[in-house]
Ligand binder design. Structure first.
Ligand code: C5P
Length: 209
Protein backbone atom coordinates (compact mmCIF):
# COMPACT_ATOMS: atom_id res chain seq x y z
CA UNK A 1 0.00 0.00 0.00
CA UNK A 2 1.35 3.42 -0.96
CA UNK A 3 0.16 6.47 0.99
CA UNK A 4 0.89 9.97 -0.36
CA UNK A 5 0.78 12.88 2.08
CA UNK A 6 1.18 16.36 0.58
CA UNK A 7 0.67 19.84 1.91
CA UNK A 8 2.26 23.24 2.55
CA UNK A 9 4.96 24.04 5.05
CA UNK A 10 4.13 23.60 8.75
CA UNK A 11 0.79 21.95 7.98
CA UNK A 12 1.49 18.90 10.16
CA UNK A 13 1.88 16.57 7.17
CA UNK A 14 5.09 15.07 8.58
CA UNK A 15 3.38 14.23 11.87
CA UNK A 16 0.48 12.64 10.01
CA UNK A 17 2.78 10.70 7.67
CA UNK A 18 4.77 9.28 10.59
CA UNK A 19 1.58 8.36 12.46
CA UNK A 20 0.18 6.60 9.38
CA UNK A 21 3.47 4.73 8.89
CA UNK A 22 3.44 3.55 12.51
CA UNK A 23 -0.23 2.55 12.36
CA UNK A 24 0.06 0.57 9.11
CA UNK A 25 3.61 -0.72 9.74
CA UNK A 26 5.11 0.99 6.68
CA UNK A 27 8.43 2.76 6.08
CA UNK A 28 8.18 6.53 5.72
CA UNK A 29 10.16 9.05 3.66
CA UNK A 30 10.17 12.77 4.41
CA UNK A 31 10.97 13.96 0.88
CA UNK A 32 11.43 17.55 2.07
CA UNK A 33 14.62 16.37 3.74
CA UNK A 34 16.12 15.53 0.32
CA UNK A 35 15.46 19.07 -0.95
CA UNK A 36 16.77 20.46 2.34
CA UNK A 37 19.98 18.45 1.88
CA UNK A 38 20.41 19.85 -1.65
CA UNK A 39 19.81 23.40 -0.43
CA UNK A 40 22.24 23.02 2.45
CA UNK A 41 24.91 21.33 0.31
CA UNK A 42 24.62 24.19 -2.21
CA UNK A 43 25.37 26.60 0.59
CA UNK A 44 28.30 24.48 1.85
CA UNK A 45 29.67 24.54 -1.71
CA UNK A 46 29.32 28.37 -1.79
CA UNK A 47 26.89 27.94 -4.69
CA UNK A 48 23.86 30.05 -5.57
CA UNK A 49 20.59 28.22 -4.76
CA UNK A 50 18.84 30.22 -7.47
CA UNK A 51 21.18 28.83 -10.14
CA UNK A 52 20.10 25.44 -11.49
CA UNK A 53 23.67 24.28 -12.22
CA UNK A 54 24.87 25.04 -8.68
CA UNK A 55 21.86 23.28 -7.12
CA UNK A 56 22.20 20.30 -9.45
CA UNK A 57 25.85 19.86 -8.47
CA UNK A 58 24.70 19.60 -4.83
CA UNK A 59 22.34 16.70 -5.58
CA UNK A 60 25.08 14.15 -4.94
CA UNK A 61 25.31 15.23 -1.30
CA UNK A 62 26.78 12.58 1.04
CA UNK A 63 24.20 10.31 2.70
CA UNK A 64 25.44 11.37 6.16
CA UNK A 65 24.17 14.90 5.47
CA UNK A 66 20.61 13.60 5.95
CA UNK A 67 21.42 13.17 9.67
CA UNK A 68 22.66 16.77 10.08
CA UNK A 69 20.45 18.75 12.52
CA UNK A 70 21.10 21.85 10.38
CA UNK A 71 18.67 20.43 7.83
CA UNK A 72 15.84 21.22 10.27
CA UNK A 73 16.66 24.94 10.48
CA UNK A 74 14.15 27.40 9.06
CA UNK A 75 16.90 28.90 6.92
CA UNK A 76 17.51 25.48 5.36
CA UNK A 77 13.80 25.20 4.57
CA UNK A 78 14.04 28.44 2.62
CA UNK A 79 17.11 27.18 0.74
CA UNK A 80 15.20 23.97 -0.04
CA UNK A 81 12.28 25.86 -1.48
CA UNK A 82 14.68 27.82 -3.73
CA UNK A 83 16.59 24.82 -5.11
CA UNK A 84 13.39 22.81 -5.55
CA UNK A 85 12.10 25.12 -8.32
CA UNK A 86 14.82 23.88 -10.73
CA UNK A 87 13.55 21.02 -12.95
CA UNK A 88 17.01 19.31 -13.10
CA UNK A 89 17.04 19.13 -9.29
CA UNK A 90 13.57 17.57 -9.22
CA UNK A 91 14.66 15.12 -11.94
CA UNK A 92 17.80 14.17 -9.98
CA UNK A 93 15.75 13.33 -6.87
CA UNK A 94 12.87 11.69 -8.76
CA UNK A 95 14.00 8.05 -9.04
CA UNK A 96 15.06 7.78 -5.42
CA UNK A 97 11.55 8.78 -4.31
CA UNK A 98 9.81 6.55 -6.88
CA UNK A 99 11.91 3.56 -5.77
CA UNK A 100 11.04 4.23 -2.13
CA UNK A 101 7.32 4.42 -3.00
CA UNK A 102 7.38 1.22 -5.04
CA UNK A 103 9.30 -0.96 -2.59
CA UNK A 104 7.66 -4.31 -1.80
CA UNK A 105 5.01 -3.90 0.90
CA UNK A 106 4.51 -0.22 0.21
CA UNK A 107 5.45 3.03 1.90
CA UNK A 108 4.31 6.41 3.15
CA UNK A 109 5.87 9.52 1.57
CA UNK A 110 5.26 13.13 2.50
CA UNK A 111 6.07 16.17 0.41
CA UNK A 112 4.55 18.51 -2.13
CA UNK A 113 4.13 16.41 -5.28
CA UNK A 114 3.81 12.84 -4.03
CA UNK A 115 0.19 12.31 -5.08
CA UNK A 116 0.62 14.19 -8.35
CA UNK A 117 4.10 13.26 -9.66
CA UNK A 118 5.99 10.71 -7.56
CA UNK A 119 3.17 8.25 -6.84
CA UNK A 120 0.08 9.21 -8.84
CA UNK A 121 -0.99 5.56 -8.45
CA UNK A 122 -0.93 5.76 -4.61
CA UNK A 123 -3.67 3.79 -2.85
CA UNK A 124 -4.53 6.72 -0.58
CA UNK A 125 -3.70 10.41 -0.94
CA UNK A 126 -4.07 13.15 1.63
CA UNK A 127 -3.62 16.88 1.23
CA UNK A 128 -2.94 18.23 4.71
CA UNK A 129 -3.33 21.93 5.31
CA UNK A 130 -4.25 24.62 7.83
CA UNK A 131 -4.61 28.39 7.56
CA UNK A 132 -1.32 30.32 7.16
CA UNK A 133 -1.98 32.08 10.48
CA UNK A 134 -2.49 28.81 12.35
CA UNK A 135 0.58 27.25 10.73
CA UNK A 136 2.61 30.32 11.69
CA UNK A 137 1.25 30.20 15.25
CA UNK A 138 2.29 26.54 15.66
CA UNK A 139 5.68 27.02 14.00
CA UNK A 140 6.34 30.12 16.11
CA UNK A 141 5.48 28.30 19.37
CA UNK A 142 7.66 25.35 18.35
CA UNK A 143 10.60 27.65 17.56
CA UNK A 144 10.27 29.54 20.85
CA UNK A 145 10.21 26.15 22.58
CA UNK A 146 13.54 25.36 20.96
CA UNK A 147 14.92 28.68 22.18
CA UNK A 148 14.90 30.37 18.75
CA UNK A 149 14.17 34.09 19.12
CA UNK A 150 11.85 35.04 16.26
CA UNK A 151 8.69 37.12 15.88
CA UNK A 152 5.32 35.70 14.83
CA UNK A 153 5.25 38.21 11.97
CA UNK A 154 8.58 36.96 10.61
CA UNK A 155 7.38 33.34 10.74
CA UNK A 156 4.11 34.26 9.00
CA UNK A 157 5.98 36.17 6.28
CA UNK A 158 8.25 33.17 5.69
CA UNK A 159 5.24 30.84 5.43
CA UNK A 160 3.61 33.14 2.86
CA UNK A 161 6.86 33.29 0.86
CA UNK A 162 7.32 29.51 0.94
CA UNK A 163 3.66 28.94 -0.06
CA UNK A 164 3.99 31.35 -2.98
CA UNK A 165 7.20 29.69 -4.22
CA UNK A 166 5.87 26.13 -3.77
CA UNK A 167 2.51 26.75 -5.46
CA UNK A 168 3.81 29.15 -8.12
CA UNK A 169 6.65 27.11 -9.63
CA UNK A 170 6.16 25.65 -13.10
CA UNK A 171 7.51 22.16 -12.37
CA UNK A 172 5.55 19.98 -9.92
CA UNK A 173 3.88 22.80 -7.98
CA UNK A 174 2.21 22.16 -4.65
CA UNK A 175 -1.21 21.01 -5.75
CA UNK A 176 -3.97 18.90 -4.29
CA UNK A 177 -4.46 15.78 -6.41
CA UNK A 178 -8.08 15.46 -7.57
CA UNK A 179 -8.46 12.21 -5.61
CA UNK A 180 -6.76 13.41 -2.41
CA UNK A 181 -8.61 13.88 0.87
CA UNK A 182 -8.44 17.53 1.93
CA UNK A 183 -7.54 17.40 5.61
CA UNK A 184 -7.74 20.96 6.93
CA UNK A 185 -6.60 20.75 10.54
CA UNK A 186 -6.91 24.46 11.40
CA UNK A 187 -9.47 23.61 14.07
CA UNK A 188 -8.30 20.06 14.84
CA UNK A 189 -5.79 18.96 17.44
CA UNK A 190 -3.01 16.51 16.60
CA UNK A 191 -4.87 13.37 17.71
CA UNK A 192 -8.07 14.30 15.89
CA UNK A 193 -6.15 14.98 12.67
CA UNK A 194 -4.32 11.64 12.93
CA UNK A 195 -7.58 9.79 13.63
CA UNK A 196 -9.19 11.38 10.57
CA UNK A 197 -6.21 10.40 8.40
CA UNK A 198 -6.24 6.78 9.60
CA UNK A 199 -10.02 6.50 9.09
CA UNK A 200 -9.67 7.83 5.54
CA UNK A 201 -6.88 5.39 4.62
CA UNK A 202 -8.75 2.45 6.15
CA UNK A 203 -11.80 3.42 4.11
CA UNK A 204 -9.74 3.59 0.92
CA UNK A 205 -7.98 0.29 1.48
CA UNK A 206 -11.21 -1.45 2.40
CA UNK A 207 -12.82 -0.15 -0.77
CA UNK A 208 -9.96 -1.20 -3.05
CA UNK A 209 -9.48 -4.71 -1.62
O1 C5P B 1 8.55 19.75 3.75
P1 C5P B 1 9.70 20.68 3.96
O2 C5P B 1 9.34 22.00 4.58
O3 C5P B 1 10.85 20.02 4.68
O4 C5P B 1 10.25 21.00 2.48
C1 C5P B 1 11.20 21.99 2.25
C2 C5P B 1 11.01 22.53 0.83
O5 C5P B 1 11.36 21.51 -0.10
C3 C5P B 1 9.58 22.92 0.49
O6 C5P B 1 9.31 24.27 0.79
C4 C5P B 1 9.50 22.66 -1.01
O7 C5P B 1 9.90 23.79 -1.73
C5 C5P B 1 10.52 21.57 -1.24
N1 C5P B 1 9.89 20.28 -1.47
C6 C5P B 1 9.47 20.00 -2.75
N2 C5P B 1 8.92 18.78 -3.05
C7 C5P B 1 8.79 17.85 -2.09
C8 C5P B 1 9.19 18.13 -0.76
C9 C5P B 1 9.73 19.37 -0.48
O8 C5P B 1 9.57 20.83 -3.63
N3 C5P B 1 8.28 16.65 -2.42
Amino acid sequence: MIIAVDGPTASGKGTIARALAAHFGLPVLDTGLLYRAVGYQTQLDHGDPDKAADALAACDFPATLLEDPALRYESTGSLASRVSVHPPVRAALFQRQVDFANQPGGAVLDGRDIGTVIAPHADAKLFVTASPEERARRRHAEMLGRGVEVSYEAVLADIHARDARDTGRADAPLLRAADALLLDNTALDRDAAIAAAIAFVEGRVGRSS
